[in-house]
Design a protein around this ligand. Structure first.
Ligand code: ADP
Ligand code: MG
Length: 354
């Protein structure tokens, strides 16, 4: 029994090896077939989606323009449905509108707009039809993107570091034929740092690289770039304000916006009403620039000064510590919510020592 079992196993193994050899002889043919089938699969998918979603044949040109009419994000417009997606027009070139600065509140559709542009350019250069009613695309040598907040903390890099490494690469590698998409560059650091870096990057792309660029930002300060740089143009994604609420229209319009509607968006996101109202109060103080004794904006309304002569030594120490902490915070990198948390912690500590 044992020997017949062994013979069976040996035989089985021999047949197995023989089969492998037979197959491997045909490997190139099998690979060619697989390639052919996958290519066919991809082409049929593109043909089908072009038909179903009413895509258009792009015109590829040798000049440095990108002109899209009624362009849509291929994935989002499918998810949202044809009627709910708002199409947009994009015109970029290296003579007149080289850099589009797109401002608008969070959730207004800035990132979608940029990704849409990249998708359409890549689809067109693949040989596909594209989701737009008209598309003229001056061939792009590379698409450079700095988008999303994907952080590489596991690799030991902070979000800001990753952002700067990527932008560094873009500035080194991009050419006049490239398409550059920058989404909220500078967000990873304090406001003033962020604005300064973003500003300098935009200037370099304008003056030296001259690549077609879309730069989405919530730093409305960057809209001033268009005052000094002829090929930088401002756009914004429109929203409609109604009874302290905002309605997103998703339509790209010429001109910048200085409104960020951050608090309204926070409200939409479900932050409790008391917190939202308090945030409005703080915002009002900041806008009215109520300053403290040494010229910093106050986050809370100034209370009438209390007589401090009767405070215990202990109490005074706490107050001094608190003053030091206030001195140490960087207002520029603080969100209103963080400011609020900070304030409430300080108040708690004052209460405890009372
Ligand atoms: N053109 C559009 N039509 C309809 N909905 C849109 C459009 N653009 C964006 N949206 C919706 O708005 C959401 C936020 O868009 P996003 O581009 O991330 O905004 P932002 O980058 O300005 O914060 C998207 O997830 C999508 O649901
Ligand atoms: Mg965005």
């Amino acid at each position: 029994v044992l020997s017949s079992d062994e013979r069976r196993k040996t035989l089985e193994y021999e047949i197995f090896i023989q089969t492998l050899e037979d197959i491997s002889k045909e490997l190139p043919r099998i690979e060619r077939t697989a390639k052919g089938v996958s290519m066919l699969d991809a082409l049929i998918s593109l043909a089908l989606v072009s038909l179903e979603e009413n895509y258009t044949r792009p015109e590829l040109t040798d000049d440095n323009t990108i002109e899209l009419v009624d362009a849509r994000h291929p994935v989002l417009s499918k998810i949202k449905g044809y009627n709910k997606y708002v199409p947009n027009d994009i015109t970029l070139d290296t003579e007149d509108t080289q850099i589009m600065i797109v401002t608008g509140p969070n959730m207004a559709g800035k990132s979608t707009l940029m990704r849409m542009t990249a998708h359409i350019v890549i689809l067109a250069q693949m040989g596909s039809f594209v989701p737009a009613s008209k598309a003229r695309i001056g061939i792009v040598d590379r698409v450079f993107t700095r988008v999303g907040a994907s952080d590489f903390l596991s690799r030991g890099l902070s979000t800001f570091m990753v952002e700067m490494v990527e932008v560094g690469t873009i500035l080194k590698k991009a050419t006049r034929r490239s398409l550059i998409l920058l989404d909220e560059v500078g967000r990873g650091t304090s406001t003033f740092d962020g604005i300064s870096i973003a500003w300098a990057i935009a200037e370099d792309i304008h003056d030296r690289i001259r690549a077609r660029t879309i730069f989405a930002t919530h730093y409305h300060e960057l809209t001033d770039l268009s005052l000094t740089k002829p090929r930088i143009k401002n756009f914004s994604v429109s929203v409609h304000e109604f009874n302290k609420e905002i309605i997103f229209l998703y339509k790209l319009v010429p001109g910048g916006t200085s409104l960020s509607y951050g608090i309204q968006v926070a409200g939409l996101a479900g932050i409790p009403e008391e917190v939202i109202n308090r945030a409005y109060e703080i915002l009002k103080n900041l806008m009215e620039a109520e300053f403290d004794d040494i010229g910093r904006p106050r986050l809370s309304k100034s209370e009438k000064r209390k007589d401090t002569s009767q405070l215990s030594l202990f109490h005074t120490n706490t107050r001094n510590e608190i003053l030091d902490e206030i001195d140490a915070i960087d207002i520029n990198s603080l969100t209103p919510l963080e400011a609020l948390n900070f304030l409430s912690k300080l108040k708690d500590r004052l209460k405890q020592k009372r």
